[in-house]
Design a protein around this ligand. Sequence first.
Ligand SMILES: Cc1cc2nc3c(=O)[nH]c(=O)nc-3n(C[C@H](O)[C@H](O)[C@H](O)COP(=O)(O)OP(=O)(O)OC[C@H]3O[C@@H](n4cnc5c(N)ncnc54)[C@H](O)[C@@H]3O)c2cc1C
Length: 505
Amino acid sequence: MALEQMRTTDTCLTDTSVVVVGGGFGGLSAACYLAQAGADVELVEKNAQLGGRASRLETNGFRFDMGPSWYLMPDVFERFFGHFDRDVGEYYALNRLDPHYRIFFKDGDRVDITPDREQVIETFESYEPGAGDALREYLAASEEQYSIAMENFVYEDRPRLRDWIDRDVMNAASIGFQLLGTMDEYVAEYFDHPKLQQIMQYTLVFLGGAPKNTPALYNMMSHVDFNMGVWYPEDGIGGVVDSIADLAVELGVTTTLGTEINEITRRQEHFHLEAVGGDVFTPDIVVSGADYAHTEQDLLPSRARQYDAEYWDERTYAPSAFLMYLGVEGDIDPLAHHTLIVPPDWDQHFEQIFDRPTWPDDPAYYLCAPSKTDEEVAPDGHSALFVLVPVAAGLEDTTDIREQYRDFVLGDIAEHTGVDLHGRIVCEELFCIEDFISVYNSWNGTALGLAHTLRQTALFRPPHRSDAVDGLYFAGGYTTPGIGMPMCLISGEHAADAVIKDRSE
Ligand SMILES: Cc1cc2nc3c(=O)[nH]c(=O)nc-3n(C[C@H](O)[C@H](O)[C@H](O)COP(=O)(O)OP(=O)(O)OC[C@H]3O[C@@H](n4cnc5c(N)ncnc54)[C@H](O)[C@@H]3O)c2cc1C
């Protein structure tokens, strides 16, 4: 029987108990698929709310999505709900943003990327004759690569080399092999103008990489951005988390919040999970959606780990982030819902993240103003503003450094967008490296997990199935397919499929 059929028969995991550690997108997704297959699923989350990095902050009448704010790849969410015979529309409505985003270049120039393709083509053409046609070609190639990649390598998990030895897969993979150069080289084949190159490369920030260390095959992100669009879900990303949590309840998942697991051991018949505070869980199967490195290094005894400390030290981590959640009096024109602020030479910022980690002194950063679209997120006459500056994971992060950096970034925003927030901030919270560690047990404070470098793509990412402990599985951004909400939803599906496959053998 095909896996997809097995997971919908709701009997293949009857009499199997599962604890899912961590209620991020990966954990929630795995819980849903496993419950649908008949397992008795308990999801145990350290924090008081579900969502993980997609948590919500409510303060003084403002509501902030604390992490993800770009709803991309609506097809993946539709497919996810479809697997449970549901439709996204039964849970939340979606608005396509216009513009998708606005870019302020720090030399005073400004550009909108809108859903209107011809308008975007004209914009490209205005920077460089021929760039309009180049964009058409670029996006057509991205679209083709997206569908090949999704079908063969994203929706299909291929954790071992032998999973790639199939004629169709090798044919599809050969396209990937032509795209193993770096994104900066690939984009330069289409566009000469540095600003156009930046526009085409910025999506890499979603993958936690830099143009010089991310393989060109991720150019398919441009199909996601330009062709599929940027959306805002009703009630923001928190509304999506609530919807998946509702679905999980409908499928029979039970959830225990505010419970941090601090030890996982395999006993003869079942696992023994101990939580801070002494609660004990004894399931047949464990799926960890917490950071992979945290699960292996902090929760498992050394004999049960697949990797040693050196392995984790040598990985390339996606950046952490310096985040400000600001409740602001008055409006914040000319910011759009999504705004990027980009210095003319951003190589230095990427170097200060990946090559010589330090607090960036001319950062490329992102502003999210959800109150432009959603009047529920801020009191009347006010705006909600979320500032995200990517910074290297593992940097020293003290109150003094944060305060200085806050002032510096507010000055930079005023200088390059004209939005002076001075004297208008009515409430404010900062969140940075040390918070990622303490709130989510993030490894090294990374905001996203393992970057998508060539050596950390596809079967080079840690697997869903532990090869050191029978019955232990992993979901979330460290595994395949990778970083981002849509990818983490798929990771939960892969982890559940691995459980179903192993239990049916
Ligand atoms: C600032 C920011 C902006 C982002 N922007 C976007 C975006 O716009 N679009 C997008 O698609 N993606 C975005 N992402 C990425 C996306 O949020 C993540 O890739 C995804 O949410 C990670 O999901 P996950 O399944 O890996 O788990 P996580 O969200 O990391 O959840 C893991 C959960 O495990 C819990 N946990 C950890 N240890 C334990 C333990 N010992 N016991 C119990 N529970 C434990 C944690 O508390 C957490 O809730 C962003 C991320 C950040 C941080």
